[in-house]
Structures are given as structure tokens and as C-alpha cells.
Design a protein around this ligand. Structure first.
Ligand code: PEP
Ligand code: MN
Length: 338
């Protein structure tokens, strides 16, 4: 349920509603809207929730039940776009932010070279996997903590914040020591223990859509993180499985405007994993920005053919510069910057 306070509600009226929520055994989450403060009730309690109990309280404009299984992620609870701080800018604000880097951190020199190049081209953050969720157990699994240390060095050299995947709830504290943003990958979108650990960490989270997950599944997964009071969550469309085999996955362009209407969380697109073909990554990037994506996460590599993972979809450094220019033009065409 959400309780929307009147725009001129007094602090005491708001705190009385919060006190009632708590004494009924629910947790109160607060959000600001143009209408007034919104109090979201979540959690479980034996006390039944009655809309009239709240509408009759002083300062309350209205109260309504939220039917969706996700509440804190919904626009009903939080009508304004959430802004997630990233490197002095905000994901979810006017500027479309780009996170770029290799699929895997391969060596110290590789990650530093790429970090410098993507920074120069205008990227806001550096990506790179140290723990890799590979389909085959015989594929390169990542350099682990050594990779995290190299990422941290690349951040020192460039100032770019680090986005890297964590696959194991037990490793969340370690990854938090090195990374600015915890990436939860498509294969782990419904790893609820991991979502809870990432929520508890209060670290910024980039949550990718599972390849066979619906938009609702994705928002429910985000809710796990938000339920811990961690509001710094970005969600990412990275392609879904369909019958099509000409591309690696099918980029669900529809998901961008639908997510933007259903949630206040910033929505990012990952054209690299979606289409899987470097020559088309730019076109899908431009389409995603035109459709309203707040950011992009892109794989780049100095020598894509020699990459230890995802070379086929990795864009060469020079091509990345051109891509950034074209993305900027689309961003401007839709009233944003990049
Ligand atoms: C990645 O970002 O390299 C990755 C493994 O992505 P996804 O989880 O979307 O497959
Ligand atoms: Mn990859």
C-alpha cells in the first residue's frame, strides 16, 4: 500500500502515519513526489492493511494498494526518476552515461590502456569482469581478486569508477572493496541470496535482466535489493532468448519504454551482449538511446579478435570513439546529452 500525504502535510502528520505503519508491523519507505511525501508500506504482518485507516488520518491525501509484487521499484511509490550517482554525474538524469570496457580484465596493461581510451572518448565509468560467468567451465573464468586489483589501479590512473560482476554472495564484501558498482549478471538475476547480499551492502548495483526473464521478473529482482533500503539500483536490458539465431540474443527495445513507465530506476542498455556482433553494436546503441535509455554498457577491446571473452561483440577502440559521437547526436535529437 502507498499513502500519499497532502503537499502541505505537517511533519507531525507524516511522522504519525509512519508510527502507525510501524506499530502495525510494516516497514515504511519514504519518497518525495510533486503531490507530496509518499509513504510506502512493505513487509509482512498479521495486522490487516486497511486503506480507510490511513485515508482518515490528518494530512493524508489518499491511500491505495499497489497490486504489483514489486512496490519500491514502482512509479506509483516513487513517481520521480531516481538518480544514481556515478562519477560526479547521475544515471537517470539528462545526460546519457556510458559504461565501457572489456568483457574480461585480461591483464594490468590491458585494463589501464582501455580505461584511458574509453575515458578520452567520453565514457563515465569503466567495466571489466574479474569473475566471469562462462557457459563452459573450460572457458576463461577471469583473474579473480587480481583482476579487481588491476581495475582499482585503472581507476586510480583515470578516475573512472569501476563496474564489475559479483557472482557469489560471500564475495560481495571483497568486490565492494575494489568496485564502485556491483554488476549482477543475467545468469544470476534471480539468485536471491546474491540480491539480498548486494542490497545489504548498500553499494550501487547494476542488475541485468535474465535472458529468459520477463520485465516483471526483472523488477521483482530489483525489489529484493531495494527492500534492504539500498536505493542505488540501475537495471539493464541485455537481450533475451528468442527463436532467432542470427544474433546472440534479441535486444528487447520494447523493454526500454515499458521499464521507464513502470519504474523510477535508471534503465541501461547493453547492446554488446544483446546483438553479439560488433558491427551492429552502434546501431542498437543509438536505438536504445532514442527509445529512452539512461545509459549504455558496452564492451570494447584494443584487439577484439584476441579477446579472452566476447571478442565477437567487442568494439575496437577507434570504432568506440565514432560510436560515442553518433550516440551523442541521437541523445541531442531526443532532448538529452551524452
Ligand atoms: C558481461 O557483462 O560480461 C556479462 C557476462 O553479461 P550478462 O550477464 O548480461 O551475460
Ligand atoms: Mn561479456
Amino acid at each position: 500500500m502507498i499513502v500519499v500525504m497532502k503537499a502541505d502535510a505537517k511533519a507531525k502528520e507524516i511522522s504519525d502515519v509512519i508510527a502507525k505503519v510501524r506499530s502495525s508491523g510494516y516497514v515504511a519507505h519514504l519518497a518525495e513526489s510533486d503531490e507530496g511525501t509518499i509513504i510506502g508500506l512493505v513487509g509482512e504482518s498479521d495486522t490487516p492493511l486497511n486503506v480507510d485507516d490511513y485515508t482518515s488520518m490528518p494530512g493524508v491525501a489518499r491511500a491505495e494498494r499497489v497490486k504489483a509484487g514489486y512496490k519500491l521499484a514502482s512509479r506509483a511509490f516513487h513517481p520521480r526518476d531516481s538518480r544514481v550517482p556515478l562519477n560526479g554525474s547521475h544515471m537517470g538524469a539528462d545526460k546519457v552515461l556510458v559504461i565501457a570496457g572489456p568483457c574480461s580484465v585480461e591483464s594490468r596493461t590491458q585494463i589501464i590502456e582501455i580505461a584511458c581510451a574509453v575515458k578520452e572518448a567520453g565514457a563515465t565509468a569503466l567495466r571489466g569482469g574479474a569473475f566471469k560467468p562462462r557457459t563452459s567451465p573450460y572457458s576463461f573464468q577471469g583473474h579473480g581478486e587480481k583482476g579487481l586489483q588491476w581495475l582499482a589501479e585503472a581507476r586510480e590512473v583515470t578516475g573512472l569508477p569501476v563496474v564489475t560482476e559479483v557472482m557469489d554472495p560471500g564475495l560481495v564484501p571483497m568486490v565492494c572493496q575494489y568496485a564502485d558498482v556491483l554488476q549482477i549478471g543475467a545468469r544470476n538475476m534471480q539468485n536471491f541470496t546474491l540480491l539480498n547480499a548486494a542490497g545489504e551492502s548498500q553499494h550501487t548495483v547494476l542488475l541485468k535482466r535474465g535472458m529468459s526473464s520477463t520485465i516483471t521478473d526483472l523488477l521483482m529482482a530489483a525489489e529484493y535489493v531495494l527492500a534492504h533500503g539500498n536505493q542505488r539500483v540501475m537495471i539493464c536490458e541485455r537481450g533475451i532468448r528468442t527463436f532467432e539465431t542470427a544474433t546472440r540474443f534479441t535486444f528487447d527495445l520494447n523493454a526500454i519504454p515499458v521499464l521507464k513507465s513502470q519504474t523510477h530506476l535508471p534503465v541501461i542498455a547493453d547492446p554488446s551482449h544483446a546483438i553479439g556482433l560488433r558491427e551492429h553494436v552502434e546501431a542498437v546503441s543509438m536505438a536504445a538511446v532514442a527509445a529512452g535509455a539512461d545509459g549504455l554498457i558496452l564492451e570494447v577491446h584494443p584487439d577484439p579478435e584476441a579477446a579472452l571473452s566476447d571478442g565477437r561483440q567487442s568494439v575496437a577502440l577507434d570504432d568506440f570513439k565514432v560510436l560515442m559521437e553518433n550516440v551523442r547526436r541521437v541523445a541531442q535529437a531526443v532532448g538529452r546529452t551524452a
